[in-house]
Ligand binder design. Structure first.
Ligand code: GDP
Ligand code: GDP
Length: 456
């Protein structure tokens, strides 16, 4: 490496940075208008979290990546709240519940100017039940005079209230230090908590009415439901062990699928939150598409969520029993144009109604998980990169030719690569390398990450 112009520390640093596994998840919960979105913006250090804050505008992005004191984690923002038919307490509780479920730690935001309300108390009860580490954020303490208000929140019984002004940044650093103490290094939901060799975790996702609950019922009926999880809690079981193809799988967040909460407003938002929560908890996402309808922007958003979360992916084209020849013709064209971003995902054409091709689901899931876990030895990778670069060099730019010098796989689940180059690699060339990597090593059913380090 040294001869190539990178020093060892730089290389090791790049590998460590690129090679992180799944990140722990922090949920930010609280009543409307306490300042959750403002706080999330502070935490992620960007302005994009607060989208249009007009009532009625549904926010579908709920998960963001953040870094504090050199540690990376994900933040789930539950600020896209809308009051709905359930009424304020139930609505806040519902959104908090999904977020807490998927989280490794929770920031509970209270408006210190208002003090603790009944709704806040309801969230406290949820937090107690969930048993996750909680950091209490006494928000809107814009100056010294607000400290007393913050102190009164000791009454919530959640430990020390951290006086914070999300608007001005006061106190957020100290609070984030406390957050880092509460957050595990790796997400317990995804990896730490699962015994090695334990059941693999599947999230069944897709927009409303694609057939999630039908599919779940089908697989749970045909192959016996082994046991319901979370015995001893008062909550609905959320994860279910289901035997499929002779293997026991854990279907995550099935309560959200089975329990049909039809809300008149905010339904899309809850659906997004639930999808994000399920994806966070799973290793593989089975994304259902309703083939009787045009593939929509909403389908794309769900796919993007799973891809961005770095999960293994299987696409199940459902309601195949309904298709006539004409629809099938158009469907294939839609798949070609609209499903580009997951062209690498295994595909099954199923019917949750008739059970068509159910037996193909498990092999597809196994393929995707195998791709997700693939590790390419450094020697093989570099032999391959050498050939590719020799056969297809980067175009010359400004009299110079950027070259890939060497590379390594820094992590897996999903595969993450770092390439070290002598100059900036254009987007098109990166795409070309990704395509060739896929051709050579498979990676069926998995997103892959490629980061490039350029020699200074
Ligand atoms: P959310 O509904 O909980 O996501 O709340 P928002 O982040 O949308 O904030 C609600 C309102 O409180 C907005 O008008 C914010 O500007 C304001 N706000 C948020 N944080 C603070 C703060 O630390 N101090 C003050 N004074 N206002 C704040
Ligand atoms: P979910 O909202 O994604 O859980 O969707 P459901 O499972 O509730 O299904 C929505 C509707 O589609 C119901 O009327 C189902 O009977 C129907 N449905 C689900 N799967 C199939 C299928 O494979 N074929 C047909 N024809 N209908 C289906």
């Amino acid at each position: 490496a040294a001869e190539e112009g990178f020093d060892i520390e730089e290389v090791e640093g790049a590998i460590e940075e690129a090679g992180h596994g799944p990140l722990p998840v922090l949920a930010v919960v609280g009543r409307p208008n306490v300042g959750k979105s403002t706080l999330v913006n502070r935490i992620i250090g960007r302005r994009e979290a607060v989208v249009e804050d007009k009532p009625g505008v549904t926010r579908d992005r709920v998960t963001y990546e953040a870094e504090w004191a050199g540690r990376r984690f994900k933040v789930v923002d539950t600020g896209g709240w809308e009051q709905d038919v359930l009424g304020i307490d139930a609505s806040v509780a519902a959104q908090a519940e999904y977020a807490i479920e998927a989280a490794d730690a929770v920031v509970f935001v209270v408006d210190s100017k208002v003090g603790a309300t009944d709704t806040d108390e309801a969230v406290v009860r949820l937090l107690r039940k969930a048993g996750k580490p909680v950091v209490l954020c006494a928000n809107k303490v814009d100056g010294q005079s607000g400290e007393a208000d913050a102190a009164s929140l000791w009454s919530l019984g959640l430990g020390m209230p951290h006086p914070v002004s999300s608007l001005h940044g006061r106190g957020t650093g100290d609070m984030l230090d406390a957050v880092l103490e509460a957050l595990p290094e790796a997400p317990a939901q995804t990896f730490g908590g699962a015994a090695p060799g334990g059941p693999r975790r599947i999230a069944l996702i897709g927009r409303p009415n694609v057939g999630k609950s039908s599919l779940l019922n089908k697989v749970a009926k045909e192959d016996r439901v082994v046991v319901n999880e979370l015995a001893g809690t008062t909550r609905d079981p959320v994860d279910e062990l289901i035997e499929l193809g002779g293997i026991t799988w854990k279907f995550v967040d099935t309560a959200g699928i089975r329990k049909k909460v039809h809300l008149q407003q905010g339904a899309d938002y809850y659906a997004s939150l639930r999808t994000a929560a399920a994806v966070e908890k799973a290793e593989v996402a089975v994304i259902l598409i309703d083939t009787t309808e045009t593939i929509s922007v909403q389908d794309q958003r769900i796919i993007t969520m799973a891809v961005d979360a770095g999960r293994a992916i299987v696409i199940a084209y459902n309601k195949w029993d309904e298709l006539d020849e004409e629809r099938r013709y158009y469907l294939e064209r839609e798949i070609e144009t609209e499903m580009q971003q997951v062209a690498w995902a295994p595909r099954v054409n199923v019917s949750a109604l008739t059970g068509r091709h159910m037996e193909k689901l498990v092999p597809a899931i196994e393929t995707a998980l195998a791709g997700w876990e693939t590790r390419v030895p450094t020697g093989r990778l570099n032999a391959f990169l050498g050939e590719v670069v020799a056969a297809h060099p980067h175009p010359i730019r400004g009299g110079k030719q950027p070259r890939i010098l060497f590379g390594t796989q820094a992590g897996s689940k999903p595969p993450r690569f770092v390439l070290f180059a002598s100059g900036f690699l254009e987007h098109g060339y990166r795409r070309f390398i990704e395509r060739r990597l896929r051709e050579e090593f498979g990676f069926e059913g998995t997103p892959i990450h490629i980061s490039v380090r350029v020699r200074e």
